[in-house]
Design a protein around this ligand. Structure first.
Ligand SMILES: [Fe+2]
Ligand SMILES: [Fe+2]
Length: 244
């Protein structure tokens, strides 16, 4: 809860809101920073490479320790099914890290960039929870994670190229779709797997807060075909990551 408030009440968000125009409710348009010098670009590239390698190959760390129910015995079929669903969720969190970072890399305002970097860091908890639950279920993350990461990074960067307001709209839509997706997992997870269910419930509640924070930061509504394409791309990932 404390971390959720950090996004919703971040002073940087207040500054973003203060820079918005009457079309967005306040009177001025968002102000963008000047282009980065070449040395800063190199720093950013090295930092992005470091973050990518850590996300894909180092154990994820959680800043929060959720209060989870104890593990209960599951049949082999239930374990396999729960692991498939938690692998999908883990792949989704890998994709979320990449989307946010791709968007941050291309964002025009430093405040939007900070918002996205912080969102990525808060979603890092979900990555750690899914990873550790997968281990408990005797399974492993998707072997295609590097592919999900690369594809999502490029999609995030492309979304950010449309401007900060649409980029934040992309965050809102992503979180809305992820929330719906997690709700479907709550129906599909084995009834006895209370531990996985609790993790999914916590994630779902966080994603709703992330969507709300992006709206508060000035997210614009996305044009019609984009949410449709996003749903289609997500379906490819979720149906593959269940097995691989
Ligand atoms: Fe998440
Ligand atoms: Fe999120």
């Amino acid at each position: 809860m404390k971390r959720r408030e950090s996004l919703l009440k971040d002073p940087a968000l207040c500054k973003i809101n203060a820079l918005q125009g009457p079309g967005d409710g306040c009177g001025r348009r968002m102000t963008y920073n000047a282009p980065m010098p070449a040395s800063d670009v190199l720093d950013s590239v090295l930092k992005a490479a470091d973050e990518t390698l850590r996300t894909l190959f180092a154990p994820a760390r959680s800043a929060r320790s959720p209060d989870l129910p104890p593990d209960t015995p599951l049949s082999e079929a239930e374990k396999r099914h729960a692991a498939g669903l938690m692998r999908v969720n883990h792949a989704g969190e890998i994709a979320a890290q990449a989307l946010y970072r791709g968007q941050a890399a291309m964002s025009r305002s430093s405040m939007t960039r900070e918002f996205l970097q912080r969102a990525a860091s808060e979603d890092g908890d979900h990555l750690a929870w899914c990873e550790s639950r997968l281990r408990e279920l005797g399974s492993a993350p998707s072997r295609l994670n590097p592919l999900w990461y690369l594809g999502s990074y490029l999609i995030g960067a492309a979304a950010a190229a449309l401007g900060d307001e649409l980029s934040l709209g992309f965050v809102t839509e992503t979180e809305r779709q992820v929330e719906g997706h997690l709700a479907s997992h709550l129906e599909r997870l084995p009834a006895g797997d209370q531990r996985s269910r609790r993790i999914v419930e916590l994630m779902k509640s966080d994603e709703a807060a992330h969507a709300q924070a992006a709206r508060a930061a000035g997210a614009a509504e996305l044009p019609g075909p984009i949410p449709f394409l996003m749903r289609h791309a997500a379906r490819i990932m979720t149906s593959t990551a269940y097995w691989l």
